[in-house]
Design a protein around this ligand. Structure first.
Ligand code: FAD
Length: 502
């Protein structure tokens, strides 16, 4: 739909904000808005005890720290409240091929030269028989593999968290209420549009209460009650590239020390996650319903978990894709209401946070203008398409041909933007991060190499190093990594003493 960007969608100042939904998205929005703009806004959040949250988003990426800094959240307090552990990356098992593993870590690998990334020197070293595994040159990766962790000075350790999603929502609720957010328990049974039909006037609850607002944030999860069901914004289906459309999830008791990484274990028709928390382990199988039915998926998951099963297996259906607009009229969709790719790289909570930051940057305090809406939607779109490509890469570049699911992933046509990146790396070992892209070169390289894509050439600057110099260069980095990792305590012991200090 083409709209005139100069139009005012609503000329009155935005003072009354209504957040529909109290999952991770709803409470993250409430916390951020109340902390930053709370003094001038009237913020209400509606959630229904009858409608459960999705509750499985428990692995994060390091950007969550930026969100917590904005909120001035104390890390130890947050970790104790959410039973969190540290996360240094994701272990991809059986993805390149059955029996082969690699880790995509949050760290930086090796040292770059101004003309060429570290991978070119590593490729040259590999050709000359002087280099070890690519992961040997990354401190976070080696710490993850050794199950060790500590905070290092000057942000020397790049990490994220595994956390209990239900406890996180509860924690943010307490935070938001302290900053004036009013929580209303109740089921939304009707959404009234204004006279133009493109904005929302009010929400009616089952109790009969009617809530009016100037700005509505749709955090109702997959239901997308406001943006989808009421305003009719279409959903763009990306299942031609992302074949998984279901997950079955359950929780188990811990059987040993928590590891500082998420496990992602490829199975015949999808992959299984294991997310270790302080008090339990989150487990799930993400799968393609075209290749596996729910009962078989549940059996596969149950036969591949460790420890006592604490909850009933729960099947979650989703459609990989994105809403064509995430802001229409006076309604902004954040969280699952705005779209969902799939959980492989733990990007969903990050996208919630990005939606919040973008909304705050463009907050329509003096009235809602179409030009802001267009900018918001364009930025959201560009950001998610890069993430989509990165996720497709994991499935498409694989040597697996053992099942119909994996053959389908290998053989599918991928977006032109991703095809170009794969070819560029294959031919020359080059990767360039696009402005505002979430995943940097280091992530792309770790996953491309990890999935078995080895470049045909390296940058000629690497040839200027003789064997001795190259060997000393690579060996020096590796020794420094090993020396640091050896000094780190065991991850579980570190978590225990860190969270006891609160
Ligand atoms: P929900 O949690 O579904 O919350 C919806 C809220 O809306 C609830 O409070 C509900 O009560 C309320 N509601 C709905 N309808 C009504 C109504 N009519 N009246 C009143 N209230 C209503 N993300 C990550 O970052 N990392 C991960 O590891 C990860 N793993 C995932 C695994 C799976 C299988 C799935 C499906 C998602 C995963 N995600 C992950 C995504 C993550 O779970 C979500 O982004 C996050 O939980 C936000 O969900 P939400 O708040 O948008 O929706």
């Amino acid at each position: 739909m083409q709209t005139d960007p100069t139009t005012d969608v609503a000329s009155q100042p935005v003072q009354r904000v209504v957040i529909a939904g109290g999952g991770t998205a709803g409470w993250m929005v409430a916390a951020a808005l109340s902390k930053t703009l709370g003094k001038r806004l009237d913020i209400k959040l509606i959630e229904s005890d009858e409608i459960s949250t999705v509750g499985v988003g428990e692995a994060t990426i390091p950007t969550l720290m930026t969100f917590h800094r904005l909120l001035e959240i104390n890390e130890q307090e947050f970790m104790a409240a959410t039973q969190a552990t540290f996360k240094l990356g994701i272990s991809f098992e059986n993805w390149r091929d059955v029996g082969e593993d690699y880790i995509h870590s949050f760290g930086v690998t090796g040292k770059d030269h101004w003309t060429a990334g570290f991978q070119h020197f590593w490729l040259k070293g590999r050709e000359r028989g002087l280099a070890r595994d690519y992961g040997d040159y990354c401190m976070e990766l080696q710490a993850a593999a050794a199950h060790r962790f500590a905070h290092l000075p000057r942000g020397g350790m790049n990490y994220a968290f595994h956390m209990d999603a239900g406890l996180y929502a509860r924690y943010l609720r307490g935070f938001s209420e302290r900053f004036g957010v009013q929580r209303i328990e109740g089921k939304i049974v009707d959404v009234q549009r204004d006279a133009t039909g493109t904005s929302i006037r009010s929400l009616r609850l089952e109790s009969g209460v009617e809530l009016e607002g100037d700005l509505f944030i749709d955090c109702t999860g997959f239901r997308a009650l406001l943006i989808g069901q009421t305003l009719g914004v279409d959903y763009e289906d990306w299942s031609q590239w992302l074949h998984c459309d279901r997950a079955v999830a359950l929780q188990t008791a811990s059987v040993g020390p928590a590891v500082p990484y998420t496990r992602s274990i490829a199975r015949d028709a999808g992959w299984q996650w294991r997310i270790p928390l302080q008090h339990r382990v989150g487990n799930g199988l993400v799968y393609s319903s075209r290749h596996l039915d729910d009962d078989a998926a549940t059996r596969t998951l149950l036969s591949n978990v460790e420890g006592e099963v604490l909850t009933q297996p729960r099947v979650i259906r989703f459609q990989p894709g994105q809403r064509r607009q995430t802001w229409r009229g006076n309604c902004v969709a954040i969280g699952l209401a705005s779209g969902f790719l799939e959980p492989i790289e733990s990007t969903s909570i990050h996208l919630i946070q990005r939606g919040i930051v973008r909304l705050m940057q463009m907050f329509p305090a003096a009235g809602i203008r179409q030009v802001d809406i267009d900018e918001y939607n364009n930025q959201t779109r560009a950001e998610i398409e890069h993430i989509r490509d990165f996720i497709i890469l994991h499935y498409h570049v694989t040597n697996r041909q053992d099942t119909a699911f994996w053959r389908g992933c290998r053989e599918m046509a991928v977006p032109a933007s991703l095809r170009h990146r794969i070819e560029l790396f294959r031919e020359s070992g080059r990767v360039f991060r696009v402005p505002n892209e979430l995943f940097a070169e280091n992530s792309w390289i770790q996953v491309m190499l990890g999935q078995g894509l080895v470049p045909r050439q390296h940058h000629p600057v690497a040839d200027l190093m003789g064997d001795d110099e190259l060997s000393a260069f690579l060996g020096g980095i590796r020794s420094a990594v090993q020396a640091t990792v050896q000094r780190l305590p065991a991850h579980q012991a570190y978590v225990d003493q860190y969270c006891r200090r609160t």
